[in-house]
Design a protein around this ligand. Structure first.
Ligand code: FES
Length: 265
């Protein structure tokens, strides 16, 4: 645990750990700063620029991204000056043109008073992500840096740049874990569980086998993920070929009958 410091956001004083992201402190305390490329499990890298704030004291004065702004004692920032609103509006407009089909992005923009874009919308012909991707890169980073799988990456340049599997061919390394889906801030990545297969629709329909719950028979977890987890847990005597719902029922049943440890926990 690092040294505690005091930072001021819009006139309110908050306690923070020295060096932690100012955006994290703001979000933790209910201050709504829009952001697309920030995710707690990854190092902030300041790509979307939406999280801008104005530093008025304690650091170099001016507008900067709050996700990459480390907290220092006496730091004071404002989140809603006319200057920030002006820059934010342009950024939202650019993203709305880049991802005109993302309802989640539209809602976020509307929350901050932006309802349309002056920029030309992206040509959606042959867009594998159907005009929903803002190129924040979170899916690529979580797949590569956190999970070490590397199933997807940036493809192409400039206006045609996108994210996908190499050569737009079905991936043989994707584990179907859905981390990319969960981390996407604009719901751009589609998948579907069909019978005993998970189909990662956005990743060229990459198919991954699902494991069947040994209790209810429902397919629930991708085999490549299940395999490594179950191997580890079985070393501790934990049964894990049951779906989350059945697991809860079994735990409850086991606890009421034995009143103690159970192998389903
Ligand atoms: S969230 Fe800070 S730049 Fe994207």
């Amino acid at each position: 645990m690092g040294r505690r410091v005091k930072v001021t956001i819009d006139g309110k004083v908050f306690s923070a750990e020295e060096g932690e992201s100012l955006l994290a402190v703001a979000l933790r305390n209910g201050i709504d700063i829009p952001h697309l490329c920030y995710e707690e499990c990854l190092e902030p890298y300041g790509s979307c620029r939406l999280c801008i704030v104005e530093v008025v004291e304690g650091f170099k004065k001016g507008i900067t991204t709050s996700c990459t702004l480390g907290c220092v004692d006496g730091l004071k920032v404002l989140t809603n000056t006319p200057e920030i609103e002006k820059h934010r509006k342009v950024l939202f407009e650019l993203y709305l043109a880049q991802a005109p089909n993302s309802e989640k992005l539209k809602k976020l923009a509307e929350k901050f008073g932006v309802y349309s874009t002056r920029f030309k919308e992206k040509n959606l012909k042959n867009d594998p992500l159907n005009g929903k991707c803002v190129m924040c890169g979170l899916c690529v980073r979580v797949c590569n840096d956190v999970l070490g799988v590397g199933a997807i990456n940036f493809i192409g340049r400039g206006y045609r740049a996108t994210v996908n599997v190499p050569y737009f061919e079905e991936s043989d390394v994707c584990k179907g874990c859905k981390a990319c889906v969960e981390v996407c801030p604009v719901d751009a990545i589609d998948y579907s569980d069909v019978g005993d297969k998970r189909v990662m629709i956005s990743w060229s329909n990459t198919k991954v086998d699902l494991i069947k719950c040994s209790v209810c028979g429902r397919y629930f977890s991708p085999l490549p993920v299940f395999g490594s987890v179950s191997k580890k847990l079985s070393e501790y005597g934990v049964v894990c070929d049951v779906c989350p719902d059945c697991r809860k029922r079994l735990i409850a049943k086991n606890m009421t009958s034995s009143g103690g440890y159970n192998s389903y926990a």
